[in-house]
Design a protein. Structure first.
Length: 103
């Protein structure tokens, strides 16, 4: 099973939004909904992989949410749930036109 398949399988069990993710999602200039994050988890692509992350193997996913705005989600699959570490709107100043590569 690929890493993205593992992420999606464990997300079917439960998705846990860590405090940092909730803080980032609720910033007034972002207001990212849990449904948008779920869309990224179930339809997004891995653009960065972090197999050596101290929190456990994690990755950065990209997909498009409400109004086709680009969304980045960092997540880590655990045995019983998918941990959402953070979610944010990538900046054109920091990312390529397709939001897949850091500048």
């Amino acid at each position: 099973m690929s890493f993205v398949e593992t992420i999606r399988e464990v997300a079917k069990k439960r998705i846990l939004f860590l405090p940092h993710a909730l803080t980032q999602m609720n910033k007034p200039d972002r207001l990212i909904t849990p449904n948008e994050v779920k869309k990224v988890v179930f339809s997004g692509e891995i653009i960065e992989d972090y197999p050596e992350d101290p929190r456990g193997h994690s990755c950065l996913l990209l997909a498009f949410g409400e109004g086709d705005r680009a969304l980045h989600v960092v997540c880590a699959p655990k045995k019983e749930y998918l941990a959402i570490i953070t979610a944010y709107l990538p900046s054109r100043a920091d990312w390529s036109e397709d939001y897949k590569l850091r500048r």
